[in-house]
Write a protein that binds this ligand. Structure first.
Ligand SMILES: [Zn+2]
Length: 394
């Protein structure tokens, strides 16, 4: 009788903790001594009003076990964690660009609530953008409460200039802005080389629509598949400017994590400009499709780009000099990408973690590409939350 009672208690505890995303090893090791409480709250962008879904929320105990959950699309979260004084970490993406740390005291069998003013995501990254036309991602960045520095097309030729940033946004139409003679991406090898080196060393870029020319070559834009000379080979992705004005109805958000973060998995997309860059072909081993209509990819990303000939350089803000991204392994085989203080690495290494994110095979940054984008006038509809997701997850 007593044994079966204990067994039921054990199972109940197993269920309660594991379904909240706890680090299962704790259960096996410390069943009798584990005392937990709940931390609730809501993740906001820096502006204090925009809820952020899909954020990783976690605490780490003194044995480097990780207790984690993710914020819902409305920003709310509920985390079960061991009692005591600890640090609540909130991170998006791999945790290098946006993260927040909050001291909390978890109380046994109680629920504490973190104040909204404390659970705002801080900008760690240094962000740059190149001004475009019909596209102003910088407006969305600043509306979220974050800061981005304008750089010129010419600045992309200077590796010292761009390597101080973590993220560079290449707006559609930005090549027009400083176009003088041959000063365009299509024949400017310095720009391609520098973007290649930047990404290989951990920098991330976003490009939209005509800014596909930064990836695969092209002057004003990419006229057709395979003509350019960019840093991404045309066997990996191909574009042509064959898009026409019109609605794309019932597009799918094919990435489940992004759908959970933004809170919807279908949307209608308005293409209000002619000659937008349609994705003709992509290598599914290289690119992950995030939004599509039927079999036509409309938004892709990769963290698999690497150039083995690129020089090793330091990229990004010095605020990350004592931080590193790791793939934390839980005892039952789950893997979580998170960013930690370097001092904690040896303990994580001891329980089998890897350096770098769980999904990538390299230390490269991300490349995001969207066929759609913000535009100076008009209603961008549900692509707005998608572009916000891009910003917070680059
Ligand atoms: Zn670990």
């Amino acid at each position: 009788m007593k044994q079966s009672y204990l067994f039921i208690m054990f199972c109940t505890l197993m269920f309660l903790v594991s379904c909240k995303g706890g680090d299962d090893s704790i259960i096996q090791e410390d069943t009798k001594t584990l005392s937990t409480g709940t931390v609730e709250g809501k993740v906001f962008a820096k502006n204090g009003t925009k809820p952020v879904g899909g954020a990783l929320v976690f605490t780490i105990d003194n044995k480097n076990h990780v207790y984690h959950t993710y914020s819902n699309a409305d920003g709310t979260f509920s985390l079960v964690a061991p009692e005591g004084n600890t640090t609540l970490h909130i991170q998006t993406g791999n945790g290098l660009n946006f993260r927040t740390e909050i001291p909390v005291t978890v109380k046994k069998n109680e629920t504490i609530t973190v104040a909204g003013k404390d659970s705002k995501l801080n900008q760690i990254a240094k962000i740059a953008y190149v001004e475009g036309s019909y596209d102003e991602i910088e407006t969305i960045i600043s509306n979220l409460g974050y800061a981005a520095t304008q750089i010129s097309y010419h600045d992309l030729k200077n590796l010292n200039t761009i390597s101080q940033y973590d993220i560079i946004f290449l707006n559609c139409g930005s090549r027009n802005f400083t176009q003088t003679g041959t000063n365009t991406p299509g024949n400017d090898l310095e720009v391609f080389d520098n973007l290649s080196t930047f990404i290989t060393n951990g920098g991330s870029i976003y490009s939209s629509d005509w800014a596909a020319a930064y990836l695969v070559g092209g002057n004003k834009n990419v006229i057709s598949c395979g003509l350019g000379a960019g840093f991404i080979n045309y066997t990996q992705i191909c574009f042509s400017d064959s898009g026409s004005i019109g609605m794309y109805n019932n597009c799918s958000v094919s990435n489940t994590a992004m759908a959970a973060s933004i809170g919807f998995n279908t949307l209608d997309i308005q293409y209000d400009q002619p000659l937008w860059e349609k994705i003709q072909y992509y290598d599914p081993l290289f690119w992950e499709v995030l939004v599509e209509k039927g079999n036509e990819a409309l938004m892709v990303r990769t963290n698999k780009y690497t150039n083995k000939n690129a020089p090793k350089i330091s990229v990004g803000t010095s605020l990350n000099n004592n931080h590193m991204t790791i793939c934390h392994h839980t005892p039952n085989g789950n893997m979580i990408t998170l960013t930690i203080n370097q001092n904690a690495w040896s303990a994580h290494q001891a329980h089998g973690d890897n350096m770098g994110s769980c999904s990538g095979s390299t230390n490269s940054g991300n490349i995001y590409y969207t066929t759609f984008h913000n535009h100076a006038s008009g209603n961008i509809g549900k692509t707005g939350p998608i572009l916000e997701y891009v910003i917070l997850n680059l």
